[in-house]
Design a protein around this ligand. Sequence first.
Ligand code: NAD
Length: 464
Amino acid sequence: MLHLGLGSFHRAHQAVYLDALIRSGDTSWALAGGNIRPDMAETIAALIQQDGAYTLETISPAGEHRYQRIGSIRQVIPYQPDLAGLIEQGASAETKIISFTVTEAGYYLDAQNRLDLEAFADLRADLDAARAGRPGATIYGALTAILRARMASGAGPVTLLNCDNLRHNGERSRAGLLQFIGLIGDAALLAWVEAHTSSPNAMVDRITPRPTPDVRERVLAATGSDDPAALMGESFIQWVIEDRFIAGRPAWERVGVEMVDSVDAYEEAKIRLLNATHSCIAWAGTLVGYRYIHEGTQDPAIRRLAYDYVTDDTIPVLDTPEHPCPIDLPQYRDVVLDRFANPAIQDTNQRVAMDGFSKIPGFIAPTLRERLARGEGIASVAMLPALFLAYLQRWHQGRIPYTYQDQAMDPAAAHAICSAADPVAAFCADTVLWGDLAADARLVDALRQASARVERFVAEHPVS
Ligand code: NAD
């Protein structure tokens, strides 16, 4: 396997599963990897020095620390502007899977899954480079260069495995790649990629904070080895992959990876039970003065809001007699809340509260829409947008103790909502937030009641 993007997450997740398989005695697969941009130079240099090995510290919600030496990355390919080492490895017949983690922002797609050439200069520069036969610095430019060399070398089919946190990540990055190759006008390559690659969707999960210096200190104290490439993650780990590998794959199912026909149910559960709940806790926690996610999760009143949203309104729409959910959702809810309560993770409300104007339509509105379509109540799910409205009003008044970032928010429109004579009605009329549900009388009614509950919750809430 060749991996593009040797960030923390890859090293705490995909490399860990392969390490477990190798330790179990199956040595038929190994990893090579490198970055397609000249960042993280110190970590890459440390990894090269250590032949790709490093120590991973995991910390459970109960505070148990575990230290593992991960040795599945057998070759670290240093960054070169022409990506020569990565292209050589990717064009070799021994490579059967090319995986990647280049962050959510590394795909440059608009809401219709089209490459957004207007917004992204990086993408335009990469198209020019690819037309001139040079690799660029985006995933599309790098994959195009690798696959072009692979087609020429006759190395055969290869699976492209996206490991980023993106809904339908395989399909979406494949759509971007095919458009990119189409735009450079290489019809032969386009036909080759369509016939000789597959792009399974995958759901990935493990909270992996950026390593701080104290991780290296703890690893030294616990293991006696000073590792500049050490990193830390939560003990929870999950990887669900659609089993569509065109050139074979490791026997991941032996080490806990879930190989499935479709990841849809897993993605939906993660977005609504994990991501929406995370935002709920961050907004509520900020309103009552907490800084960290674990503080809000450990607060019984806030935990209750998240718990009721999942239990009353979300599980019933994800698990129905017509479409039974393959996941034990009550258990998933409890595991998620335990993970968020882990004080070792030190995740901030500031990081998790951001981007409300895309999280309401993406994570929360689908549940409201489905409940209303079935004529069911929305009191518990309405608490989440009501918390966000209260949060937005404090932002409008300059009372959020950190900078609020929201790529989808029009600040003038958001200020207008908060200063309207009837902020709840103005909030519910916003089409960015609600789409076809905007101004729905049932939504307005539920939000009015939920907003009154939120204000009571804040007024009565003791913060130590
Ligand atoms: P990181 O900052 O440690 O690493 C980022 C990696 O992406 C680096 O290898 C960098 O070279 C590369 N990169 C960044 N922007 C790029 C771009 N525009 N084009 C090409 N390459 C680019 O971050 P991380 O913690 O490893 O997280 C990376 C991704 O992994 C996340 O964005 C997410 O999609 C996924 N993920 C992370 C976590 C987590 O908790 N860290 C959990 C689940 C999924």
